[in-house]
Structure formats: C-alpha cells, structure tokens
Design a protein around this ligand. Structure first.
Ligand code: SAM
Length: 246
C-alpha cells in the first residue's frame, strides 16, 4: 500500500502487533480526542520505527483516554536512510528547525560536531528526538534517524571511514554549481557537513580540504545561515545523487 498523505500519523514508543491494543499517551489522547475530536472507531496511522505502519482504530476508554487497536499493516518497515547529516549545534529554536528539516530531507544519521567557532557545545537528546519524531509524523517516513552524541571535528575526521564521502559546505569554496560538483562524485555512502554560525576556522578548512574523502561545495554566492544551508545542501544532494534523482 502507498502512503496516505491525508491520514493522521502517530509515533508509538512500543511494539505494534495485530489486534494488540496500545494505550495512547496522555498527549496523544488529548490530541486525538480534544484537538481532532475523533469518534470511537475512527482510524489513524501508527508507526514505531520497527514494525512498519499500521491502521489503528481509536477506542475511547474514558473522557480523556483512549487505546489504539492495530487492525491492518499499511506499509512494511523500510531500511533506514544511509545519508549522514553532520552539523554544528545551533541555538535552540534554530536547532529545532534544522533537525526537523534534516529529517524531512531524508537524513538517516544526525551527528552534531563541535568546531572552534561552535558556541553551543551540547545538545538535548530528548528534544532532538522529539523534533525528529514530529518531522517523521509529518512527512510520512517510517524510519527515525539515528541520533549521535556530539564529537569534536578532529575526532570525527580521525576516525572517519574513508569509503563515505564527506560533502563539506564551504562558503569559501570556488563557485561551481553544486549539482555539477556532486555529479562528479561516485555513487556511494555520503555525509554532508554544515558549520556553525561563525563558520569554520582557516585551520579547520585546511584540515577538511586536505582529506581525500572530502568534497567541498559552494551553495551559491550568498552566505546562508546555517539552518538555511542545511536545507539547501540536503536539497542539492538529494537532487544530484539521492532519492530525488531516482
Ligand atoms: N562564514 C560566516 C561566518 O563567519 O559567520 C558564515 C557561516 S554560515 C552562517 C554557516 C555554515 O553554513 C557554513 O559553515 C557553511 O557550512 C554553510 N554555508 C553558508 N553559506 C554557504 C555557501 N554559500 N556555500 C557553502 N556553504 C555555506
């Protein structure tokens, strides 16, 4: 079955199996019963990142509570996305936006990286996960990205698997269409790197461009904010070599 764009979709924290009722959380029950005003017997789509997507019936169990009864699997669980998104953490509202957009754009791994000019040195994993779930519910994907802990840029590069190309978004790169630049790289595993608000230091740029597995790309003649660069970079990557190009 294909994805039903108009249906409500909810992420579940538990396993999903045919006819095994699941208690909706208080927030989910409030959303279904009070915001959407769903009647007893109405249906929603549910997923958990493991068991695919299921059509589930809403079963009222009180004024403020309900269960969800999985009645039919609508899509099987796909393979996780392979694309890695490596990014310097930003202040909270921008980071929320960036995580949501990266998930919508098909990032399978979210790897925060700490650079010399990164002002925000930590991330809140719960908040990152909540943003990833919200984006997955919204855009119809069934696989949640893997959320990794922050790593220093040097550490990340010293343990980098050279079989994965790291596409470095470099506002200092000589301008060439990123589509043309990306078309030249071999098909295979990819990661994309976007820096912090302060950009990369000259030493970091040198370190990056000296690595054989790094391809620097320009995102045009304007300096983009990091959250804008995230969306732009992931869009050109998906268009040049990813799942917009199938
Ligand atoms: N260099 C500026 C500074 O010192 O504030 C701006 C850094 S920019 C806000 C943040 C990140 O977005 C950069 O590190 C880069 O990865 C990416 N970026 C922004 N504009 C870009 C462009 N035109 N081409 C490639 N990457 C860009």
């Amino acid at each position: 079955m294909t994805f039903d764009h108009s249906a409500q979709r909810l992420f579940m924290e538990c396993r999903i199996a045919h006819n095994v009722a699941i208690n909706a959380s208080r927030e989910q029950a409030n959303y279904l019963l009070n915001v959407l005003r769903m009647k007893d017997g109405a249906t929603v789509l549910i997923f958990n990142g493991i068991d695919g997507e299921w059509l589930a019936q809403v079963k009222h169990s009180g004024r403020k509570a309900c269960d969800l009864l999985p009645i039919e699997q609508t899509r099987g669980q796909p393979e996780p996305y392979d694309l890695q998104y490596v990014f310097a953490p930003l202040k909270q509202a921008r980071l929320d936006y960036m995580i949501q957009k990266a998930v919508e754009m098909g990032a399978g791994v979210l790897q925060p990286v700490l650079t010399q000019y990164t002002q925000i040195r930590s991330v809140n994993p719960k908040r990152m996960r909540a943003n990833a779930i919200e984006a997955a519910e919204q855009c119809g994907i069934l696989q949640l990205p893997q959320l990794r802990s922050p790593e220093k840029l040097e550490t990340l590069l010293s343990s980098w698997n050279g079989e994965r190309r790291l596409v470095f978004c470099d506002e200092g790169a000589e301008f060439e269409s990123p589509i043309t630049a990306l078309a030249k790289i071999d098909d295979g595993k990819l990661a994309i790197l976007v820096g912090p608000e302060g950009g990369f230091s000259p030493e970091e740029r040198e370190l990056l461009v000296s690595r054989p597995y790094v391809t620097a790309i320009s995102l045009g003649p304007r300096v983009l904010r990091a959250d804008t660069a995230a969306v732009a970079a992931l869009a050109v990557l998906q268009a040049a070599t990813g799942d917009w190009n199938q």
